[in-house]
Design a protein around this ligand. Structure first.
Ligand code: V47
Length: 388
């Protein structure tokens, strides 16, 4: 039943108006949650479950959009970036991954430092402010490969931001090279690592995590390392891989754990829900999430992660149309031009393997959705157009 409260929209403040829209919702749970959101109260695990359970997608989106507009107004960020996947050789054997290879396989590769520098040169010439560097857990590489790579990149491109290495890669390095976490982080930082991307979080809850990525570090370790990177003064991002074998409880648990870690160390700048793309993976018979699930997941993450500034609709995995729509469901960032996605990104790109957009395409997507496009650097400073 749709409840309409007559003429209550007229002559109210915009904020009240936003939440009164919720009285149009046929879902009583949403109406109660809307009151809490309006009062700035933190939502509980059970309320997260109710948000996922609603079939009133538009009311859920409106609620998330209200929070997004309170935090950012119409501003929607994008950046000019490029991905570099230095190696696809990996010992982890994750069931969702179509990218990794064993060292003996014909198409296994490791890029040289010089190849990395050449890719960065192209990226910088195209206006990139960020190089996103991740790869497999490769036991053939010495630690100095990473420090050489980062210091060579910084020597030639001191202003290029290196967003490099997930918590899973840092964990592997500490264990494999028998170094303390602090030594790994500090030496990589000294070589040029400026911040860390949010990958490897997958889904924190057990037994799901062990079923899909048994050889990766567990949730507590992922969060512990994120805290240590934050304490070293670097920002990181956080992701969640969804739409495979996880439950809705697993997703809400993921949000709650991220939120608790953020309360402690505060260094997460952005949350990126990653829509599972089955082709090429050991879970290729699964359907993956649909558009409704994608929009709900963006919206619920915006509402649950009250202490995260930014929610990114990663267009490569959502597809351009859903990513653009997600801007009305709580997302305030589309990520970047990417230009050349690197091999990892190509493995899960839903847009027929297409992993590049021009700056103008991104701006048009954002403006056509009714928002203001702002180019940012990796740590959300506005990029001065005159300086590019
Ligand atoms: O951790 C792997 C995911 C992640 C698949 O921090 C898959 O700004 C979908 O973390 N279908 C790596 N996803 C990518 C990542 C990322 C991407 C963009 C921006 C940022 C950031 C981080 O990709 C992995 C895993 O969760 N992934 N395989 C797949 N088949």
């Amino acid at each position: 039943m749709i409840e309409v409260i007559n003429a209550r929209f007229i002559s109210r403040s915009p904020q009240l108006w936003q939440n009164e829209v919720m009285y149009f919702s046929f879902d009583p749970h949403l109406r109660d949650i809307a009151d809490k959101v309006e009062d700035g109260e933190r939502l509980t695990f059970d309320e997260g479950m109710s948000l996922f359970a609603t079939s009133d997608l538009n009311a859920l989106g409106k609620l998330a959009d209200t929070v997004r507009r309170q935090k950012h107004g119409l501003t929607t960020y994008y950046n000019v970036n490029r991905h570099f996947n230095h190696t696809n050789i990996c010992v982890a054997d994750c069931k969702f991954c179509g990218f990794y290879r064993r060292a003996r396989q014909d198409d296994a590769y490791t890029h040289s430092v010089e190849e990395g520098v050449a890719i960065a040169r192209e990226a910088v010439a195209e206006g990139a402010t960020e190089l996103h560097i991740v790869g497999g857990l490769n036991s053939k590489l010495p630690f100095t490969y990473y420090t050489d790579l980062f210091s060579s990149l910084k020597r030639e491109f001191p202003k290029l931001h290196l967003k490099a290495l997930t918590m899973v890669e840092l964990d592997f390095m500490a264990r494999f090279y028998k170094m303390s976490d602090e030594d790994v982080i500090n030496q990589l930082h000294a070589a040029g690592m400026d911040s860390c991307p949010g990958g490897g979080a997958e889904i924190f809850a057990e037994p799901t995590r062990s079923r899909i990525c048994d050889h990766k570090c567990d949730a507590d370790r992922w969060l512990e390392l994120a805290g240590k990177v934050h304490k070293a003064g670097l920002k990181t991002n956080a992701t969640m891989l969804y739409g495979h074998i996880e439950t809705i409880e697993d997703r809400v648990d993921h949000f709650v754990r991220l939120r608790e870690q953020q309360d402690k160390t505060g260094g997460f700048q952005c949350f990126i829900p990653l829509a599972f793309y089955p082709p090429g993976s050991a879970l290729s018979t699964l359907p993956g999430p649909d558009a409704i699930d994608n929009l709900k997941t963006i919206a619920v993450s915006r509402l649950m992660l009250d202490n995260f500034d930014h929610i990114k609709a990663y267009w490569v995995m959502l597809g351009k149309q859903t990513a653009q729509t997600a801007l009305h469901y709580g997302a305030n960032d589309l990520d970047g031009t990417i230009t050349d996605g690197g091999e990892l990104t190509e493995a899960y790109a839903v847009e027929n393997g297409e992993v590049k957009m021009t700056k103008q395409e991104l701006i048009t997507m954002i403006e056509n959705a009714g928002f203001e496009a702002v180019e940012r650097d990796t740590v959300y400073n506005r990029v001065d157009k005159a300086a590019v």
